[in-house]
Design a protein around this ligand. Structure first.
Ligand SMILES: Nc1ncnc2c1ncn2[C@@H]1O[C@H](COP(=O)(O)OP(=O)(O)OP(=O)(O)O)[C@@H](O)[C@H]1O
Ligand SMILES: [Mg+2]
Length: 395
């Protein structure tokens, strides 16, 4: 029989009940209010592990911003896709909005020129603007920071004049190239200084905090940083119960306790486990036994999906590094312990470490220790046959 299953495990899928983010939403909504009054506002950055709910939070906030009348654009930075071309397309989107209103058309020319220069200089494959060779030369520049700052300030000025504030939602910031990130920070900084209503709400893996402060020391003041993590017991309980309340299903207390124990309050894991438990449930009261029975399917689904896609992006050398991290026992672990288990020197494994950080699998936690960006990844590795083989010297 077909049964509606309200749980939504999956990247960026809005859960039926967004638990535990009320305070963050409220804080940012207040900032949107200021922005909507044409007041320049601090930008916001959320960081957190894989599957904690950064994307859905960003999407939820975008909805609020749109309701406040702010012009919004969502950008998902991808490892291989060019950020500049995405930024330029978003900026053009804003100009299209202005062009729809007769009395605002005069505001377009200046930002359009800035966008042209940005695209022609830093996204040469892009054929949005057809220009003669000579014109191309006129627009060409080699300074990305200056060029992106020109775009932001010209857009900001137009936004201010049109009383149409702008917010860019940028997800997966950790994939931005160093130079692009530096240029973006400088651009938003300058448009803030000039009093223009342009704001960024960004999200990415924990390493972005370091990336941003390394790039520009003033970025610490420019952004409101918020680390988002797993849900508390009460918040998890809501994430578990609320979606099925309307469907007449309940969980008993022991079942909830067990779900929180298995998922450690990670939102993605809660959606995944509850989806399975609910699918298998043949009665209206979900008990601990039912949760326990669903657990093995839960691990199977994770091992073949969420964990596997990350694992398979690793080379054999990366994998050995990961195995050594797991062997350390406790996470975060020190690089010297990893080196010890790999029977190498710390300097010999530093490239490997950098590579795993770049791939977004590992990040350097407090005191330079290492941890996985994927929650419970160590448990997955322990279940994996490759790990066993490595322990036996066969990998
Ligand atoms: N606050 C929440 N309450 C309940 N479920 C949530 C919450 N936040 C996220 N989820 C669920 O968790 C899953 C992961 O969310 P999301 O894709 O936003 O995470 P993410 O942090 O962006 O992960 P990644 O780093 O892999 O992009 C989704 O299935 C979503 O429905
Ligand atoms: Mg995401």
């Amino acid at each position: 029989m077909f049964k509606i299953n309200p749980y939504r495990p999956g990247a960026g899928l809005m859960p039926p009940y967004l638990a535990g983010r009320e305070e963050d939403i409220q804080t940012v909504e207040r900032m949107f209010e200021a922005l909507s009054m044409n007041i320049p506002t601090q930008s916001v950055i959320f960081s957190g592990l894989r599957g904690v709910g950064k994307t859905v939070l960003l999407n939820r906030l975008q909805k609020s911003a749109e309701e406040t009348g702010i012009f919004c654009k969502h950008i998902e930075v991808e490892e291989r896709k060019d950020f500049i071309s995405q930024m330029a397309a978003s900026a053009q989107g804003f100009l299209r909005k202005l062009s729809a209103k007769e009395n605002l058309k005069h505001l377009i020319q200046k930002p359009l020129e800035a966008i042209k220069a940005l695209v022609i200089s830093f996204d040469p494959e892009n054929s949005t603007f057809s220009l003669s060779m000579q014109e191309r030369e006129l627009y060409r520049t080699t300074n990305l920071t200056q060029s992106l700052t020109d775009v932001f300030t010209a857009l900001g000025e137009a936004a201010y004049e049109a009383r149409s504030p702008i917010c860019f939602f940028i997800d997966e910031i950790q994939y931005m190239k160093k130079q692009e990130l530096g240029a973006l920070i400088a651009a938003i900084h300058r448009s803030n200084q000039l009093g223009y209503p342009v704001m960024i709400v960004g999200a990415g893996l924990p390493k972005i905090y370091k990336m941003l402060s390394e790039e520009k020391s003033y970025s610490e003041r420019l952004f409101l940083y918020k680390e988002i993590g797993s849900l508390s017991y009460e918040q998890s309980q809501k994430a578990i119960e609320e979606p099925v309340r309307k469907l007449g299903t309940e969980y008993d207390e022991a079942a909830i306790k067990r779900i929180v124990e298995i998922t450690k309050g990670y939102p993605f894991f809660i959606q995944q486990l509850c989806q399975i438990v609910y699918e298998e449930a043949e009665q209206k009261l979900i008990t601990e036994d039912m949760v326990r029975n669903a657990a093995s399917t839960f691990y199977q689904v994770l091992d073949n999906g969420f964990f596997k896609v990350r694992y398979e992006r690793c080379s054999d050398a990366d994998k050995r590094f990961i195995f050594a991290m797991v062997k350390c026992g406790e996470l975060p672990c020190t690089i010297s312990n990893v080196a010890k288990y790999l029977k190498k020197s710390v300097s010999a494994i530093s490239t490997m470490r950098a590579q795993l950080i770049n791939k977004g699998i590992v990040f350097s936690a407090r005191h330079g220790e290492l941890d996985f960006t994927v929650p419970e990844f160590d448990g997955f590795i322990r279940r994996h046959t490759d790990y066993e083989q490595w322990l036996n010297g066969n990998f």
